[in-house]
Write a protein that binds this ligand. Sequence first.
Ligand SMILES: [Zn+2]
Length: 212
Amino acid sequence: MTEWTYTLKFRSSVSIFSGLAVAGLVDRMVMRNHKGLPFIPGSSVKGRWRFFAERLLQNGGLPDDLKIHKTGEPLCKNLKSRCTLCKLFGNPAFPSMLLVGKAELDETLKGHFENLLKQNPNPVNHPDTELRPGTAISRITGTTLKNHLFFNEAVPPVIFTGKLIINGTLNDNEEKFLRASARLVDRIGGRKSVGMGGLDGGIRIASKGGAE
Ligand SMILES: [Zn+2]
């Protein structure tokens, strides 16, 4: 088992919604831990990472031992011959070798966020986030619909860190592939159309004790 840490350095505000809302006030709120601090679930990070890993494998040109099941064919069911994607990221038949922990605010920022929340424990408009208004546009008239203004909560561009666990042993090519596909991740959460959740440098991996 190997443990790495990863860093997400956001260029733009980020929203991973919890499904919580305050009726009539804030339509979608970000996820928070037991201390009330925003976090990003590991599944959101891993989902985007898997997407880029799959694309990289499909593009080809990689060492022969890095392979992927054919597009449109069922996911690998044989433990010994499963492809790199199914091995590293898992599929319904096998657990994932790569475990992605939730990304929490970087240690250097937690105190600042906690102070903001203490100063103004407002359950609706959290002082550590911004509310981004939006409107719904009528598809028929192309104009703004009445009574369809909404507010989404977003965390300003800051740094989040989390843990990665490799359950097993990666060979050199697999490790290089994981790191390369991580760097390709362009954004997490939010909507591309409004430029949210943009990452600077992708998912940045540091081996324990040493930054890359
Ligand atoms: Zn596969």
